[in-house]
Design a binder for this molecule. Structure first.
Ligand code: SAM
Length: 167
């Protein structure tokens, strides 16, 4: 799996659909010290190295207001991951778990998310701590950390609904 794309004892692959259901746009690129999956942190830490998130045009104006938040949520595309491994053995001991029970980079849609500390913004560059991805990882999205964000638009009925069962 993540080590070198191998399939280990007890793991299971599936055939991926030939056509995707939706597309994404890479809005930037993440610059980190790590060039190898074997040395990259498994989960970033808030006192980790300062990394640079470069936003591409025409998306730079979308940074307006982001400096109000001490922490951000970063979503990125783990572009070196295989996508077909649904049972995985993280310890390589023959015991497999489902991809959705792990934060493994190997998943049908290899989206990584990380809460990071905002250090500073310089033009199209957002400097943060706590990332855990390879240098050159494509950026999907940036949002305020959910714990710091209060919706700015007026409340709507669903905001006050509780205990309704989904059909
Ligand atoms: N924090 C994210 C999350 O929880 O969704 C990612 C966690 S994932 C366990 C981090 C690991 O993914 C790294 O240790 C590295 O092995 C691998 N990785 C990092 N960047 C990657 C990339 N661009 N493509 C594939 N694998 C990557």
């Amino acid at each position: 799996m993540v080590r070198r794309d191998e399939v280990r004892n007890g793991e299971k692959t599936v055939t991926m659909p030939e056509t995707p259901d939706a597309g994404v746009v890479f809005i930037g690129r993440i610059h980190t010290p790590w060039t190898d999956r074997l040395t990259c942190p498994r989960l970033g830490r808030m006192d980790g190295p300062i990394c640079r998130i470069e936003i591409f045009e025409p998306w730079v104006d979308a940074l307006k207001g982001i400096d109000e938040y001490e922490r951000l949520e970063v979503l990125y595309w783990l572009h070196q991951s295989r996508r077909d491994l649904i049972l995985q053995s993280p310890k390589n001991d023959g015991i497999a778990r489902g991809a959705f029970s792990l934060r493994s980079p190997v998943r049908p849609n290899p989206i990584g998310t990380q809460n990071v500390k905002l250090v500073r913004i310089e033009g199209p560059n957002v400097f943060v701590q706590s990332l855990d991805c390879l240098d050159g990882t494509p950026l999907l999205d940036l949002k305020p950390d959910r714990d710091l964000f209060t919706p700015i638009a007026p409340r709507q009925t669903g905001d006050d609904e509780t205990r309704n069962a989904a059909s």
